[in-house]
Design a protein around this ligand. Structure first.
Ligand SMILES: NC(=O)c1ccc[n+]([C@@H]2O[C@H](COP(=O)([O-])OP(=O)(O)OC[C@H]3O[C@@H](n4cnc5c(N)ncnc54)[C@H](OP(=O)(O)O)[C@@H]3O)[C@@H](O)[C@H]2O)c1
Length: 420
């Protein structure tokens, strides 16, 4: 280790001080992290009194690790792999630098050694981005659920395989076709082996099990199966039975021990993971104290993972605040766009729909769909509108409610149109 590597970092304290971040790796996640850090530096400085700045960047062709270490308060490791990453991370921790990493392979194979180094160096090691991208499973297990006795963790922790299985179910495509589509869209790498064999998910489950049960689980103790041998037929028949197929990671307490597996499994529709589709990830944590909590969101991607990494950097810079940052002068908007459902009980006579449509049109409200039902002398009009400013819609409804053929006060319910 170089002399420089052993020097403890100067801990900045005063408002306006620079907090120096050394970045190892500037690929998909590292590149997005560098951009995000620059974009968010002003607001982080406002909130923490410290301004995070890149002190150096290491790639295969650029930068020197010892030099970057000497000039950094914290090292962000986004190189991936084990060598030379393990050595760099250990050196950073033992020289008193905080480390933030998204490297599931490193943590699932050398976690104990790295945790020990962080403990001895009295520094922080944070790794939210290593499991399920931006889904805050690690933070929730380590902080919010610190007092809960966790019995089981179930997860969809690999977005590539979830995308492939979702496409097979949605389109009837074969495994090979769905994989090719995932590669075309950038959800799967040119060499998808780690993802489709379940090894990537196994590494993430080893980390989750380590945290959930406080047991030294390593990747080689996780048994895993992948999705390569699944057929469109299996998925099609299962659909008829109301089942959906997912690559599930499971870590649970069994007979005084723990078991960690990754396997494809059919889920009934009301399982919390059954509706997690596409490249999304989700983690369900079960404990008698909380019943269960499911967290879901984007499981990978440069900007998404970078956002989890920067969250870790901010937490390492200052103790997590128990109060929100001082409020900014941001206007609160009250009149916003919504899509609306409108239910009218009307007299059944010619021209009713036309008059309602005219009043809506005068306020710029456009109808997306309409159902009209005759009920003897009476009729029911049910409509869904395209998104419109609430004030305009309410003005139209006020006018409509005064029409003589409207028999009851109109009923209005908002419609959320997004699908996930
Ligand atoms: N991509 C995602 O969506 C995602 C999601 C969650 C977690 N992660 C994790 O984040 C980490 C980075 O992933 P990524 O997708 O950003 O990888 P990437 O695109 O392959 O980028 C890796 C970066 O590290 C540099 N690097 C690799 N080996 C190096 C070495 N020996 N010395 C110096 N620099 C080296 C590369 O340098 P060059 O530029 O010179 O090649 C490149 O800049 C991995 O641990 C990965 O598992 C990724």
């Amino acid at each position: 280790m170089s002399e420089a590597g052993r020097k403890p970092p100067a801990r900045p304290a005063a408002r306006g001080s620079i907090f120096r971040v050394g970045l190892l790796g500037r690929g998909t996640v590292g590149g997005a992290f560098a951009e995000l850090l620059e974009a968010r530096a002003d607001s982080i400085e406002r909130e923490t009194g410290l301004r995070p700045e890149l002190s150096g960047v290491l790639t295969r062709s650029h930068g020197d690790f010892d030099d970057i270490l000497e000039r950094s308060d914290l090292i962000v490791e986004l190189m991936g792999g084990i060598d030379p990453t393990r050595d760099y991370v250990l050196r950073a921790l033992s020289s008193g630098r905080h480390v933030v990493s998204a490297n599931k392979q490193l943590l699932s194979q050398h976690g104990e050694e790295i945790f020990d180094a962080a403990r001895s160096g009295k520094v922080q090691l944070r790794f939210e981005g290593a499991v399920a991208g931006v889904v805050p499973a690690i933070r929730v297990m380590g902080e919010t659920l610190a007092a809960a006795h966790i019995e089981r963790v179930h997860g969809i922790v690999n977005g590539t395989t979830n995308y492939i299985l979702t496409e097979m179910a949605r389109t009837g495509a074969s495994y090979e076709e769905a994989l090719a589509e995932a590669q075309r869209l950038g959800y799967a790498e040119a060499d998808p082996t780690e993802d489709v064999t379940g090894k990537d998910a196994a590494a993430k489950m080893a980390i989750l099990a380590r945290l959930a049960f406080n047991a030294a689980v390593q990747l080689d103790q996780v048994s895993y199966e992948g999705i390569e041998r699944l057929t469109a037929d299996d998925i099609e028949y299962a659909k008829e039975l109301g089942l959906s197929l997912k690559l599930i990671g499971s870590a649970e307490r069994i007979d005084g021990g723990i078991a960690v597996h990754v396997y494809p499994a059919f889920l009934y529709a009301d399982h919390p993971l059954a509706s997690v589709n596409g490249a999304f990830n989700a983690v369900t944590i079960e404990s008698p104290a909380i019943t269960e909590i499911t967290l879901s969101g984007p499981g990978a991607g440069g900007i998404q993972t970078a956002s989890a990494v920067l969250g870790d950097v901010i937490s390492a810079m200052i103790p997590p605040p128990s109060l929100p940052a001082p409020a900014q002068d941001v206007p609160v908007v009250t009149d916003t766009e919504f899509s609306f459902y409108l239910h009218l009980e009307v007299a059944d006579r010619p021209g009713v729909l036309a008059q309602v449509a005219e009043l809506l049109g005068l306020q710029g409200v456009s109808i997306k769909s309409v159902v009209q039902k005759g009920l003897g002398d009476e009729a029911r009009l049910v409509m869904v509108m395209h998104p419109v400013l609430e004030s305009k819609f309410r003005a139209a409804v006020e006018l409509i409610s005064r029409l003589d053929f409207v028999r009851e006060p109109p009923r209005v319910i908002r419609v959320i149109e997004e699908t996930f």
